[in-house]
Design a protein around this ligand. Sequence first.
Ligand code: FPP
Length: 306
Amino acid sequence: MKALFDVLAPAGEDYALARAIDPDRLPSHIAIIMDGNGRWAKRRRLPRAAGHRAGVTPVRSTVETCARLGLRALTLYAFSVENWKRPRAEVETLWRLLRRYLRGELDLMHRHNIRFTAIGRLHALPDFVREELDSVIRSTAGNKGLQLNLAINYGGRAEIVDAVAALVEDARRGKVIIDEAAISARLYTAGMPDPDLLIRTSGEMRVSNFLLWQIAYAELYVTETLWPDFSRAELLRAILDYQKRDRRFGGLTPGSLVDAPREEGQAERAPGHNVQPNPKRSINVPPDVDPDVESGSVETVGIPSR
Ligand code: FPP
């Protein structure tokens, strides 16, 4: 986080916001639905393409700020599987912008030790986009800082379908354990931490088919700000808001039961019942677990080959 203070003026609002952030409780992974480019342009009586062009500036500043904060991952929703329904000219503008962005930002990625990745049905993208993506992925593969992950031609349901298809294929070749880890390991995001914070701009209260599996326990932050106006201050405010949340992962806040009177006949609580689960773990097993789960017995499926 120190790297962020290197570029903040001590008298500015961003500095005050950054000072208020607890560096020990930063989200590991932020995911963002960048929405509102079209409305931004419309309000200025400009073509939609102007909104997308203006959307590149906050992409740049958000990436740099996340890198300076020392976050592990940032996933940006750049193009959904449904976005093909837009006019062809708009889709082509987006591809050209993406190529220009990737070419123009390579230097900054290396300067900040950023590793670039992309998720989605990338094989269906135009060749010139795929080639640019591959080149930046290869060039930054050795970087150890922020993972900048672009979701392109991405759909959460499509991703789950692809993961299930891979699981079935693996099951054909041998026995496969079917559990949450087996699905996670076959998602496009395999190996990444799940997002802790999902930000959506432009005020829409939807998740729009984005990272459906991975956001199961993400904190949501929706701002009215349109994406081209999304500033560093807005990102810092979202992180501050996230730090005020009480993340329980389906369990209880530590201490919340301490003073509650015990009901007649109620046994003393088992140790550990009230412990805040480690956010890095995806499963929180309560003390009165199903014996099958406790003993680790899980369903296995073997599909005979055809
Ligand atoms: C949603 O706004 C935005 C998109 C579909 C594209 C996102 C693209 C960018 C932010 C620009 C370039 C990105 C990169 C990574 C270089 P919308 O058009 O749906 O807005 P509206 O809901 O107001 O119409």
